[in-house]
Design a protein around this ligand. Structure first.
Ligand code: CP3
Length: 340
């Protein structure tokens, strides 16, 4: 029997739909917090295969989701390109910002494989242990990785990155090209190590106007998808162009992904209208409905199930699980989907 997540990404409507949750591993789980405290440093956790593999599988042991996503982080590819990456306590990624031609000259593809090799080993270990669930590998999509690389940290608007794209498009394009090439090495290695699906997180895609969205989100994603499919023709790819809004259909069609993750703001029926019927939709429960639990969670989940019944759908959140989520609500949600 082919795994349900792979059937759905092959264009089949499966009922009840398979379910997994973005950020299903992490701080809401006491067993994660224990390992995190032991390791001390988040990046060390990402780059220690034994620990990262165990953390990846923690939510599956508890709740039995249909898929596990590799435990790692979005800007690991920038570390591979030679940009120093660290995590300040309680914050996201912090990097020395790329602002000039010379900053970019200091990066290269030479050490990508050596730097990300521990992640590939993590994938190998998960694959050996995952049983019937599907293993999803991932990286940050070029535009969102570029946002962090140029800005140097998380931001409400990533103004430096977006301004570079307007003022110095050749420089920004060179950075995007480098991330595309780095991601190809990184993601091919994940596929070779046993990842069955690959996902590209474009968390900040929705900040761009339509023309820029085509140039910096769709076009680089399409290049990655085409190149991956040239070497790994059967691996399905899920894109997550968060807050893409009306650009969602254009993205799905032209990036040539097999699945599109939809964010919390997207009406499932609208996504279904915009995206061709053989492309899977993944999403899109509000992570705060999961925090609330009970009737509000079940009603919201039911609406999504009903709206997407009859088309390929992977049940998920519209963004990641937040740390204050009661673990028992995750259990109740998975049960609801199974019993749908
Ligand atoms: O299920 C999983 O946990 C899979 C692993 C995973 C993480 N981050 C672990 C993580 C995945 C798939 C991500 C994706 C990611 N990382 C995105 C895309 C999705 C999104 O949220 O839009 C982004 C933008 C990042 C960058 C990032 N990493 C931020 C902004 C932060 C800090 C804020 C936060 O939520 O903690 C991180 C840190 C991070 N990534 C943690 C985890 C478990 C917390 C680290 C800790 O334990 O202190």
């Amino acid at each position: 029997m082919t795994k349900t997540v792979l059937r759905v990404l092959g264009g089949e409507a499966v009922w009840p739909p398979p379910v997994w949750l973005m950020r299903q591993a992490g701080r809401y789980l006491p067993e994660y917090r224990a390992m995190r405290a032991q390791a001390g440093d988040f990046l060390k956790l990402c780059l220690t295969p034994e620990l990262a593999a165990e953390i990846t599988l923690q939510p599956l042991r508890r709740f039995g989701m249909d898929a596990a996503i590799l435990f790692s982080d979005l800007p690991i590819v920038s570390l591979g390109l030679g940009q120093n990456l660290r995590y300040a306590e309680g914050e996201g990624p912090v990097l020395p910002p790329i602002r000039t031609e010379a900053d970019l000259d200091a990066l290269s593809l030479d050490k990508v494989a050596a730097t990300v090799a521990p992640v590939w080993e993590t994938v190998r270990r998960i694959a050996a242990d995952i049983g019937d669930a599907t293993l999803i590998g991932f990286s940050g999509a070029p535009f969102t990785v570029a946002c962090y690389m140029v800005e140097g940290h998380g931001s409400r608007d990533f103004a430096s990155a977006r301004l570079m794209a307007y003022r110095e498009p050749a420089l920004f394009a060179r950075l995007i090209d480098l991330i595309v090439a780095g991601n190809l090495i990184y993601l091919r290695g994940q596929a070779d190590a046993g990842a069955e699906v690959l996902m590209l997180f474009d968390s900040w895609a929705g900040m761009l106007p339509p023309n820029e969205f085509r140039r910096w989100v769709i076009e680089p994603t399409a290049r990655i998808v085409a190149a991956l499919h040239a070497t790994h023709p059967h691996i399905p790819i899920i894109g997550f162009p968060r807050l893409a809004g009306a650009m969602l259909g254009d993205y799905a069609l032209n990036a040539r992904v097999q699945g599109v993750a939809i964010d919390t703001s997207m009406k499932p029926e609208s996504a279904a209208d915009m995206v061709r019927p053989h492309i899977a939709l993944q999403g899109n429960l509000d992570p705060l409905a999961l925090v609330a639990g009970g009737e509000p969670m079940h009603t919201s989940a039911r609406r999504i199930l009903d709206a997407l019944r009859g088309r390929p759908h992977i049940f998920n959140l519209g963004h990641g699980v937040v740390p204050q989520t009661p673990p028992e609500n995750v259990g109740a949600l998975v049960e609801q989907i199974r019993a749908a």
